[in-house]
Design a protein around this ligand. Sequence first.
Ligand SMILES: [Zn+2]
Length: 91
Amino acid sequence: MALEYKNLMEDVVVQNAITMMKVRGCCTCDACTSDVVAYALNHVPPRYVATRKGQMLAKISNYALQYKADVVAAVCEAIDVVKESPRHDDR
Ligand SMILES: [Zn+2]
């Protein structure tokens, strides 16, 4: 039996990051989006749960509401950093 676990914050951060990057005029290429998501995830506490298929959607929306303020603050900070020095030209 495989171990099944997941950091729910990954989904919450990704959902908010893409929307907020568009709103704030940040480049949304894969490189910039990855940077914003990684930065934000390092600044919010992880929320790992043992997963079983079918239970994920309800849990994600609960966490999305519960940690929305933390996620928005972290993503805002991440967007500032990435807009200041985007790395998509360095490749
Ligand atoms: Zn970019």
